[in-house]
Design a protein around this ligand. Structure first.
Ligand code: NAI
Length: 317
């Protein structure tokens, strides 16, 4: 089978090549777009990450395509409905980094709560050891953490939060009452979670129902000074509403690994969010640990082999 991998890592290239020897594999360093789709016109399978948007237009330009292996958990970057109509199967990597992303969630939160970026900058750029009042942070101990989405990642976030002695309130469309009892937290309505939390962290997938789940209306209900962390999908937060919340002083701090519209950003683009105080943004790297990358490569290989053998695994609906 002719498989195109849109992937940069040399190390992972070797793993993939060695384990898919019987297939013709071609690597592309860039993401798949309408500009380069011609290069893979005759390919039967593609493996992509969330930066490649697989819409109707791309699919229509790939007449031989039978299989898409996304190296991610989320699959909102693929028009799965249209792919299915065209007889194209899509598989994802459902579990690889539940603790990886949960750890990163706390990396963002601790960075904000203890002003690590600012302190680092003050010392490295200014050689300044003074205890500047701007570096005063706050304790997580005793604070209320609102967790939106208590799936694999949300659950690990709750476990970590409990170790910090945070109180947890959670919202999910499905409840895991056994887990809630074991970990001593309560499920509440969305409104109760967002109005009572000191920190809100998002771990729900991006679906049609929860697009802009955090919007102006919900921000207006939040505690003044609330911190918002998003390592799930940018489209869960209305960016304009978030800027409004920051400017109005409702939102005290923001940690984002994902931003609405991130796929369309060009290198060098500057967002108005970049200049805001108490905002830490990273370029969708919460998944990116050595261990998780290896797990992703292994599952992707298994998905490709399973598809070829006629018993596909991890198919998304
Ligand atoms: P999961 O499928 O285990 O859990 C998602 C949870 O969200 C489920 O419990 C589901 O019932 C709940 N949910 C669905 N719709 C909801 C809504 N409208 N409101 C509240 N809860 C809702 O998924 P997992 O592994 O925990 O991942 C969560 C999301 O994190 C993924 O969908 C993906 O978008 C994102 N992600 C981001 C990464 C990054 O590098 N930044 C890496 C991996 C995942």
């Amino acid at each position: 089978m002719k498989i195109a991998f849109f992937y940069k890592s040399e190390e992972v290239k070797k793993i993939l090549e060695n384990r898919l020897l019987e297939h013709e594999i071609v690597f592309f360093e860039e993401k798949l777009t309408i500009e380069n789709v011609n290069k893979v016109k005759d390919f039967e399978a593609i493996s992509i990450f969330v930066d490649s948007e697989i819409n109707k237009n791309i699919i229509d330009n790939l007449p031989n395509l039978k299989f898409i292996a996304t190296r991610s958990t989320g699959f909102d970057h693929i028009d799965c409905e249209y792919a299915s109509r065209k007889g194209i199967k899509v598989s994802n990597v459902p579990v690889y980094g539940s603790s990886t992303v949960a750890e990163f969630t706390f990396a963002l939160l601790l960075n904000l709560s203890r002003k690590i970026n600012e302190a680092n900058k003050q010392l490295k750029e200014g050689g300044n050891f003074e205890i500047d009042p701007n570096l005063e942070g706050f304790d997580l101990d005793g604070k209320i953490l609102g967790v939106i989405g208590t799936g694999k990642i949300g659950k690990n976030v709750i476990r970590i939060a409990k170790a910090f002695n945070m109180k947890v309130l959670a919202y999910d469309v499905c409840h895991d009452d056994v887990f809630a009892k074991e970990n001593d937290f309560l499920y509440k309505t969305f409104e109760e979670v967002i109005t009572n939390s000191d920190v809100i962290t998002l771990h729900a997938p991006c679906t049609k129902d929860n697009h802009h789940l955090i919007n102006k209306e919900s921000i207006l209900k939040m505690k003044r000074g609330v911190y918002i962390i998003n390592t799930a999908r940018g489209e869960l937060i209305d960016l304009e509403a978030l800027l409004f919340g920051i400017d109005e002083g409702i939102v005290g701090g923001v940690g984002l690994d994902v931003i609405e519209g991130e796929r369309n950003f060009k290198k060098g683009d500057k967002l108005s969010l970049f200049n805001k105080k108490n905002v830490v943004i990273t370029p969708h790297v919460a998944f990116y640990s050595r261990e998780a990358v290896e797990r992703i490569a292994n599952t992707t290989i298994e998905n490709i082999k399973a598809f070829i053998s006629g018993n596909p695994t991890n198919l998304v609906k």
